[in-house]
Design a protein around this ligand. Structure first.
Ligand code: C2G
Length: 153
């Protein structure tokens, strides 16, 4: 088993920020466990993911350096997970810096720098902009066709 590292997250629309974090977390130990937030827990976090939990879990499970995936259903399960899985390090990106220090008596807490310039929110914004651009282009085309049709009458 060696040194066990655990982390938690939604991991929606998986991107290099997630992958780089998970790779760095695996380098901290021998076994990496990832708690993927369920859809119900995301609702508690005020987040709605594009990919449902089952798909996000399958994607994280497919990463070669992830050893185990568990559902993250509550904020409080971290303490029991640490005991149940014999966790040595609980690690997160540093947007969570300080948030889990209360667990420092049971487990080493590590916050690693996030990957700047990418986030699931950014990706969703880009996709919605592309959709808007497409709709605008479609409206222009329809407008041109209707003006042309009027001329031909
Ligand atoms: N992350 C990162 N770099 C990014 C984006 C995210 O390092 N560009 C890290 C975050 O810091 C987090 C992990 O990737 O540690 C997962 O990020 P999210 O899927 O956004 O997870 P979050 O909603 O922060 O949920 O109990 C903890 C929560 O479940 C964490």
């Amino acid at each position: 088993m060696g040194k066990v590292v655990i982390t938690y997250g939604t991991f929606d629309l998986l991107h290099v920020g997630h992958v780089r974090l998970l790779r760095r977390l695996k380098a901290l130990g021998d076994t990496l466990i990832v708690g993927v937030s369920t859809d119900a827990f995301n609702a508690q976090k005020g987040k709605a993911s594009i990919y449902p939990f089952e798909e996000r879990r399958e994607i994280i499970k497919s990463i070669s350096f992830v050893d185990k995936v568990i559902p993250e259903e509550t904020w409080d399960q971290k303490a029991s997970d640490v005991k149940e899985y014999g966790v040595d390090i609980l690690a997160m990106g540093d947007d969570w810096a300080g948030k889990f220090d209360t667990l420092s008596s049971d487990v080493e807490i590590v916050y690693l720098p996030r990957t700047e310039g990418i986030s699931t929110t950014d990706i969703r914004t880009v996709i919605s902009r592309v959709e808007e651009d497409k709709l605008l282009a479609l409206e222009c085309a329809i407008d041109q066709v209707s003006r042309l049709a009027k001329k031909l009458r």
